[in-house]
Design a protein around this ligand. Structure first.
Ligand code: TYM
Length: 333
């Protein structure tokens, strides 16, 4: 059975983008693969964060994943900082990866902004830690949204260079799994930007915990154009915001955009947005209810994560020890 690894940062409430682009694909993979899913708190401290809320956000993210169907008894679900193998392998990868490779990472450029000299060093080496997350388990399949593709290419470069430098086919190559029409859900306010947990405007995203009124308001205010919906996909060209809403509708109702257009062709956005709100509210309602139920007993969530950390360590520890041996470290006696 192939091994899957994926992760999500506890840097806020998961968005509809996280859900449609990644989390939703994680659940069915648990039937066909050995799945390892991680709340990546080490990654979350690479950008400004509040130490007073990080632990709460980490537990909330775990509960959100569980509420979406990532059942801790059917996969390995854990918190990154609980398994030390990640940081150990990441350090080795910091020494394997080349600065020139990291300089090409578009996400670093976006996140560091103009004041690059002042960005944290952790943000710069972030992709090395991501490579360690996956390779510490010898995982080969990584379900992610489109925005992570470049990081996974870098992870493959790191694996190859490690194998070359230390003389063994030790790390496998990784295959990104980027699925469906919602692999890149865009901001509700600007169809050229991706929907993000950390967007300063809450109006730009749907959070998985938004109630019915908030969803209705955000969808009503979502940027669109004055044209009605076309009957063919070609009619969405150059209409990024319209295309995004059709893509969201298609993804959440498990259809192709063309089928959505067939049903809604000729409608104005007022009508279409009403239909989209109804679908979103009825889809997210049960997830929110389950999340509230789980968070009413935080100790039970933490117990699930403890079990996950034990299972994760049992897989990663021997792999990372072997990597350390290949590098030439003196084993602890
Ligand atoms: P993060 O926390 O930004 O996002 C988690 C997952 O959601 C996907 N995603 C989206 N998909 C579609 N449309 C969007 N607007 C959208 N926004 C986010 C992301 O592609 C991701 O799959 N670096 C990663 C976390 C990570 C990881 C890993 C992933 C750390 N180690 C190892 C895979 C394997 C990140 O910041 O994801």
């Amino acid at each position: 059975m192939q091994r899957v690894f994926s992760g999500i940062q506890p840097s806020g409430i998961p968005t509809l983008g996280n859900y449609l682009g990644a989390i939703r694909h994680w659940v069915p993979m648990m039937n066909t693969h050995e799945c390892i899913y991680c709340v990546v708190d080490l990654h979350a401290i690479t950008q400004p964060f509040d130490p007073a809320t990080l632990a709460v956000q980490t537990r909330e993210m775990a509960a959100a994943l569980m509420a979406c169907g990532v059942a801790p008894e059917r996969c390995v679900l854990f918190v990154q900082s609980h398994v030390h193998a990640h940081a150990r392998l990441a350090w080795i990868f910091n020494c394997v990866a080349r600065i020139g490779w990291l300089n090409r990472m578009t996400q670093f450029k976006d996140k560091a902004g103009k004041d690059r000299e002042n960005a944290g060093a952790g943000l710069y080496v972030y992709p090395n830690l991501m490579a360690a997350d996956i390779l510490a388990y010898h995982a080969t399949r990584v379900p992610v949204g489109e925005d992570q593709k470049q990081h996974l290419e870098l992870a493959n470069d790191i694996a190859q260079k490690f194998n070359h430098d230390f003389g063994e086919e030790f790390f496998p190559s990784i295959e990104p799994i980027i699925q469906g029409v919602a692999a890149r859900v865009m901001s509700l306010r600007d169809g050229t930007k991706k929907m993000s947990k950390s967007d300063p405007s809450d109006q730009a995203r749907i959070n998985l915990t938004d109630d019915a009124d908030t969803i209705a308001l955000k969808i009503r205010r979502a940027k669109t154009d004055a044209e009605p919906l076309p009957s063919e996909l070609a009619g969405l060209e150059g209409r990024a915001e319209a295309k995004n809403l059709v893509g969201i509708m298609a993804s959440i109702t498990d259809r192709q955009p063309q089928e959505v257009l067939r049903e809604h062709a000729g409608q104005g956005f007022g009508t279409f947005k009403g239909a989209l709100t109804d679908v979103l509210v009825s889809h997210l309602g049960p997830i929110q209810q389950e999340m509230r139920r789980l968070l009413a007993d935080p100790a039970a969530v933490d117990a699930g994560l403890r079990l996950g950390a034990e299972k994760a360590s049992a897989i990663a520890e021997p792999i990372v020890c072997r990597a350390e041996k290949l590098v030439g470290f003196l084993p602890r006696s």
